[in-house]
Design a protein around this ligand. Structure first.
Ligand SMILES: Nc1ncnc2c1ncn2[C@@H]1O[C@H](COP(=O)(O)OP(=O)(O)OP(=O)(O)O)[C@@H](O)[C@H]1O
Ligand code: SF4
Ligand SMILES: [Mg+2]
Length: 312
């Protein structure tokens, strides 16, 4: 899967490590390994899903791709350019072409800005003329199913669902090369969630975006992503085409997730030993000696990869 394919992927993440060093606390300075050697590729027009419980490293992965968090190891390439191998100006130019939609639309906007200024922000930043901005604003709002009448409203005058549509309009305004979606529906009620998932699916079909969607909710990822990865404790545990992972999940954690598809959230798993398989404490199939070591992510055919000693 990760071998060079005939067509260059739009996003290529290789052996990505991110370590946080929070300020010293009561128990001294404790380093947090948020990503441990994550590798994957996203092809042109593909939606790649990442599912995992809270703290598994999903947002860190997107932040590293946005250049917000500097990796401690590995590379992030966009269209073959290593984001951390170029100067700051070049990196900012690449990042400007990445659209970002976060979990909390309220935190994503400046409460003093009106909708027109929020959506126009990336257009202004890329030097689009005022006349052109006025022309495209209504079209952008229409695309996200908002009445152009909202243009002069402030964020607090909109519902959360409407505000998330505004954030999506801003993310697509500058015709991004890559769209990163960080739990775009988790702050919303279930009906609004469903509308936003349909909207994202419609926009993907219209523009053919290359996107990465992260979520706690396997159902959201299953509706939009053609391939997905399952993460825990900064490690990728399984990856494959969505249909084949849903049909036949291999990793014991993936099996649990698929079986509990009805549950909204992926249950938290606490890892005691960072050297052991992260599912060790909950796995009914653990092999006492072997599973005390982290297994490698093995390619097992059918474009599938799985990190479990049962397959290695
Ligand atoms: N700025 C930071 N400083 C220190 N630790 C951090 C920081 N940001 C994240 N972490 C830690 O890194 C790990 C991964 O966090 P991350 O936010 O990437 O997880 P997540 O999968 O997005 O979780 P959630 O579903 O809750 O959003 C967690 O243990 C988290 O506490
Ligand atoms: S490596 Fe061992 S503990 Fe981990 S999921 Fe596989 S069988 Fe279970
Ligand atoms: Mg997160």
């Amino acid at each position: 899967m990760l071998e060079a394919s005939a067509v260059r992927p739009v996003v290529r993440v290789r052996d990505l490590w991110v370590e946080y060093s929070p300020a010293s606390g009561l128990f001294g300075r404790r380093k947090i390994l948020a990503l441990r050697g994550v590798s994957f590729e996203v092809a042109e027009g593909e939606t790649y899903g990442v599912v995992g419980a809270s703290g598994s490293g999903k947002s860190t992965l997107l932040k590293a791709i946005m250049g917000f968090v500097k990796p401690t190891g590995g590379t992030v390439e966009i269209d073959g350019v290593d984001l951390y191998g170029v100067d700051g100006g070049t990196r900012r130019g690449i990042v400007r072409r990445i659209g970002y939609v976060s979990q909390n639309p309220l935190a994503a906007v400046d409460p003093r800005y009106r909708v027109r200024d929020i959506v126009a922000e990336p257009l202004r930043a890329s030097g689009v003329s005022k006349r052109e901005i006025d022309r495209v604003l209504s079209a952008l709002l229409e695309m996200v199913d908002l009445d152009p009448g909202v243009m002069d409203l402030l964020p607090h005058e909109l519902s959360l669902g409407m505000l998330q549509r505004v954030v999506i309009a801003r993310a697509i305004a500058a015709k991004p090369r890559v769209l990163l979606l960080d739990e775009p529906t988790s702050a919303l009620d279930s009906i609004t969630q469903s509308h936003i998932v349909s909207l994202l699916g419609g926009l993907r079909d219209l523009f053919g975006y290359t996107s990465i969607l992260v979520s706690h909710d396997l159902r959201v990822v299953a509706r939009l992503a053609s391939r997905l990865a399952i993460m825990m404790a900064g490690l990728m545990l399984e990856e494959g085409p969505t249909s084949s992972v849903l049909e036949k999940p291999l990793h014991p954690y993936a099996r649990e997730l698929v079986e509990s598809l009805k549950l909204k959230e992926v249950g938290e798993v606490f890892t005691v030993n960072p050297n052991a398989c992260p599912f060790y404490t909950r796995c009914s199939q653990r092999l006492d000696g072997r599973c005390r070591e982290v297994p490698p992510l093995a390619e097992i055919g059918g474009a599938r990869r799985v990190r479990c000693w049962l397959y290695t």
